[in-house]
Every structure is written in C-alpha cells, then in structure tokens.
Design a protein around this ligand. Sequence first.
Ligand code: IFM
Length: 799
Amino acid sequence: MPEWTWEYDGYDPAAERLRESLCTLGNGYFATRGAMPECRAGLVHCPGTYAAGCHNRLESDVAGRRVVNEDMVNLPNWLPLRFRLRPAGGTWGRWLTPDSPALLGHRQVLDLRRGLFVRESRYRDRAAGALRVAQTRLVHMGDPHLAALRTVLTAEDWSGEVEVESALDGEVTNTNVHRYRALDRHHLTRVRTGAREPGTAWLCCRTSTSGIGIALAARTVAVGPAPSSERLRPDRRRAVHRLVVPIAPGRPVEVQKTVALHTSRDAAISDPLGAAVDRVTEAPDFAALLHAHTDAWRRIWRRADIRIPGRAGRILRLHLFHVLQTLSPHTADLDVGVPARGLHGEAYRGHVFWDELFVLPYLNLHFPDVSRALLTYRYRRLDRACRAAAAVGRTGAMYPWQSGSDGREETQELHLNPRSGRWLPDRSRLQHHVGSAVAYNVWQYCEATGDTEFLYTKGAETLVQIARFWADGAVLDPALGRYRIRGVVGPDEYHDAYPGAVRPGLDDNTYTNVTASWVIARALDLLRRLPAWRRQELMERVALDEGELPKWEDVSRRLHVPFHRGVISQFEGYDDLAELDWDAYRARYDSIRRLDRILEAEGDTVNRYKASKQADVLMLGYLFPPAELRGLFRRLGHHLDDEVWSRTVDYYLRRTSHGSTLSELVHGWVLARVRRADAWQYFHEALESDIADVQGGTTGEGIHLGAMAGTLDLVQRGLTGLETRGDALLLDPVPLPVLSEYGFTLRYRGHWGISLRRHSGQLELGIPDSEESPVRVVLADRTVTVAPGETRTFRLPPA
Ligand code: IFM
C-alpha cells in the first residue's frame, strides 16, 4: 500500500465496525464514522456523527438501580444516500446495498494526505445490469461546519434511470457500544424537518437534557443530465430528497451532497438552523470544496508530518491523521477536552480521562494553541474540581476521573462484565492521580512554549489547587514517620481494593505519591518564581495562607514510597498478594488482556493477585527522564539507582496483562529509555493496537487516542530523548534498530519548523531562518547553540 493511503479490499460485514472507526473523517469540530451511506444502523453498520463537546445526560434503570450517564451524542446522520435502478421500459429494482447479493466488488481507500474517504463498488442489478459506484467523502478541514459526498454512478451495459435518495436522518440513537444496550440511548428530541428550494433539506433537533440545538442542512444536486423528477419530502424525523436521473453507458450520473452542521454551542451564529441553511446555500460545488479542504490539510501536514520508512511509518501517519481529526487547529476555538476514544465512537461515552497525558506532549510541539485550549478546558472546570474536593472534606482541586460537559465526576457507578453478565461497582473514580496529569500537562506546555502568561495565571491557579489537594490529603503516620495518601486507585485499574476489604481503594500508591510530590514541588517553585504582586494576587484569589506552605514542603519530601524485595511496590501491601499462574491462564484463554473480567466470571477477583492491567509504577519512567526520576526519589529520601529501576521494570513486565492500549506504549517507552532491545516488541504492539484491534472489538467503538498520540510521541520524545527544559532543547537519542531513521518538524518557542532527522547514525537539527534567538541544544556530551538558518549534524555513538 502506498505511504499516504490506508486501503481495504473487498466487503467484510464482520470487519465493518472496525473499518468505520478507522475510516472516520473529522476536523476537530465534528467527525463522521466511515459508514456506508446506503446502509442503516444495525448489527453490521453503525453510522455515527459526533460534535466535540456535544454531550447529553440520561437516566436509566440498571440492575434495579437508577443510574445517570452523560454521553457524547450521536447526531442526526447526514450520510444517507442510496440508489435503485430502472432499465428502459422496466420497473424499479431494489435499493442496492453492500449487504445484498448484487454486490460484485468493493474497495475503500482512506487518503490521508487529502483527508478523503474514497470508496468504489460494483453492483449487478438483476433487471438493469452492472453499475459502478465511485464515492468521495470529506469532512471539511477548512470550514469545520461542512461535509460533502460526491457519488458517480456509471451504467456499464444498460440504459434507463437511477433514483437517488438523499436524506438527513433524525431517527438516531447511541447504539455503537453493545455493552450499553440496557441504558437509555435516546438523546435527540423535538426533531423537525423542512425544505428550502432548490434542493436543500434541513433537519433540526435538541438534546433532551443539555438542550443543545442541532441543525443540519443538505443540498443534493445531480450534475450533468437534468433529473426527470425531483421531490423534497420532509418527513417527521427524516428529511428526504429523491431525484430520478437518466443514465446510460458513457453518461454517468454525478450526485453531490453538501451538508452543513451547526449547534447552539457555536460562536458567532444567531440560530443553528439559520446558520446551517445559509452555510450550505453559500457553499461552492464539490470541486471547490475539495480544493479548499486539501489546501487546509496541506497546511496541517506541513506542521505535523512524521517521516519513517516502512510499515511503522505508515501506521504512525494513520495515527497522526486520527489525532489531527480529533484535535485540529479548530479545537483551539472550542471548550473541549481530549476524548479518550476520539470522535470516532461511543466507548467511554466521549469522556475525558487522564489520556491527555499521552496527547498534549505531542501537540505542544506542533499546535500549542490547541494544547492551551485543552488546558483551558480543565481551568474552566477548576472551580468544579474544588467543589468536588470540598464535598469530601478536602481543600484544593479534585479533578474527576471522567470528565464531560461541566467537569463533574462522570465515572459510572456500575460497569458490566460482558463475560459474566454481571453489573459490578466501578471504583475507578478513585484514580485521583488524574489531577497530577493535569498539572504535569500545564508544566510541560509552559516549558515547551515559554507561555508565561498562561503559567502565571490559569496555569498557576490550576497547579496550586492540585498541589493543595495532595498536601491536604496526605496524613502523617507517626509510626512510619511518613505521610500517607490512602484509599486511592493507581493507573492499574485492576486493583481497586485490598482482597476481602470493604473499604475501596489502596494505600500509598507509588505513582500517586511520587507524582503528588512532583506537583507540590513544582507549585512551590512556581510560587517562589511568580512576580511578588502576582503571587499575592493568586494567594488571595485561592485563599491560600503562607502558613500552609511548610506542610506542602514537608509532604513533598516525606510521602511514603513502599518497596519490597528490592523493587518499588505498586502500593503498600502489594507483596502480600498471591502470584498468578500466568501460564495456566494463557493456556486456558485466547487472550488474557482482560484478566479482571476473566477472574470475576470465574468467581474470583483480580484484587487478590500480583497482576496489573497496565503500567503503574513504570508510568514514572514514562513521565520522568532517569535523572529527574532519581532526583524525585532523592527528594523523598530514597536512592533509586539503575539496578533498582531495572529490577522494578522486569518485575512488573512479568506481571502485566496489557488490558489497556496505553500499557504497551508505556512499556515500549520505558524499555527504549533504558536502551533495551525488547522495547520494539512493545512499541510494535502499540502500533498494532487499533489497526489490528488487539483489545478484541474495542476499536469499532472508537480509536484509542492516547495510544495513537503516544506512539507519535514515542518517536518525537521517546527515541530522541527530547526535552524542553528551561530555555534549552535537550536531546539524548536512544537506539532502536528497527526505527533507526526518522524525521519530523516541530515548533519550539518562536521557531516554526525546526527539523530533526536521524539517519545513517547521525542526528541532524535544522533551525529555519528567522529573526528569533538561537536555540541552545544540550546533548549528553556537549552543549551547542544553533542559530536560525543553521543545520547541525551530530554523530551518535554506535548502538
Ligand atoms: O484512561 C484510560 C485508562 O488508563 C485505562 N482504561 C481506559 C481509559 C480511557 O482510555
């Protein structure tokens, strides 16, 4: 397959959901799954259009309990376009769909460079004859409210008529995730349809609870032979437009469907319906839309492309494509966070977790304005996080594990184990470490961009409130002489309580404690660094008393970090857990990634075992370069040498089932940083996560955005050792023989398009010509200053 395309040959109903996710087109404002326009939602097809930040809350009864969930709403479907044929003098055949025996051939191509989904099919209609269908779809990257579908129908060996039905469908529910079928999924109310001549149908509705107004307008035109009849029929929940057009060999029919989408969340509109109708009326024809759209993509690729030879490079470009479709330059204007599953499906209900930790470091160096907007999403919900902390008797900010529209805790209270069919308590909301992820991102963003305006204002306030939450929650254990944070869940979601305990959560999760110490230390640094008047202003605004700070300092130095058998413990008491017989489970089950579900279905619980879903302690090696991590442990009174770290890495590697796509990514990163050859095995798995749907059916419910962005960052920062610290760029490349050549550009401070390229055992760094100051580059053995317009090559030590 060529470098810039992603292709599927043949039609495979069983793979359709996965393909729909991977062929999703989007522009940051909205995205549409790669569903076939001829097909309705059902067991095979799952059309979905999602606008970033468009959520709605519904109440359901589950297992005798009332549960409330907020979901990213599946919007009315703009895709429907089907056709049927009538040979001259004959009658109308059936509507053609890929699921009918009439399908002779089918091919789908995702054109990454131009942001197009191209599909070619061939049908043989029993009465009429063979028909070729060539369809090109775009979700406009230049004008985020537009999408278009061009369909060219070619009669091969017959003449007659083709009837084309183009519709906007408001008969839509959230059906993408089978596990949620017991829950209410009807989010759209007050659906109205109408028509505006010539050729424009519209549909508008509201979300039932959040009251978001949604409007779509579609203009469908036949280009070439004039339709012999045309009818716009607004129905109750569907706006239908039918055209009958003559067709003959050599006289193909081209139908262009252009769609505009607006919601009441949009800026600078009067009402969504008026805006949608106006926009579609003013939209140019398909050729002009295509031109502007591909131009917009060209500009984006210039800022973001990553070049790596071979299959890994192709997959990384696909990952980049989906990251950019979820979080594009348009995102900078929106009040949205990072949806864990992209805008590509309904898993996790479009919620925002800590996954931004794997996404922002990549964006910081390409689209810093997008990072800033995503951090601002968190800042806008800081007050809510402080109220959440207050509600449990704490000060500071307790960010929710899952966040949606207003920043309240959106984590479900029950989750379904599809293996046992049982609804179980969901304690993942105890993952308070999400707050440290927010703080880390604030810090990283400011280091990468030098945006002191943000750091001193929204950033400082966020950081200080998160630090305060940690300092307040840490309780001194006089016997231990250490502070303890109890009752939490770490990144490894398998362990949510001690075996047999009624009390949920665990004590002294190392990841939580070490990152908490880091957050407090950064907050103290920042308070020292702030201009005096700003410091005072901030202290007053958050009602922070100088008297609180000595405890912060003390907590940051004396949080408990447990060890056992010469390795860092995941939490206090970890060593008391039983060893799992991994070989026996591997032999009994095809996949043991979701060991938690397997054990629960067997009447056991994963809480009893030394078995992790994903990297927990090892996350520390993902976030902090070795020297910084050693420093953090030193601050906490521990000596962390290479030997302890290596032992710890091996220990948890043997005890992790990789039930999250983030797991292999983190392990690949950590192993690469300690220069281990087996890093590639994990990196490779991370690359395969979505394209091969390694978690068994989850990609059809949306991509794994954190893993996708993380693989890009694994090259960008993991392999290069790139850090933006102080006013310098630090580089410490590690060898990974399979990926010994790569190249990308990045934006750093005022420098747009810094190029970094590794090839033939050397690293080349080029700074584009500009009026900006030279860049200080720190390598393991030297520091150099590279001026704008200069390219420097550094020979790397042999692998
Ligand atoms: O945030 C992750 C978590 O770490 C593992 N389960 C899925 C979540 C959303 O991607």
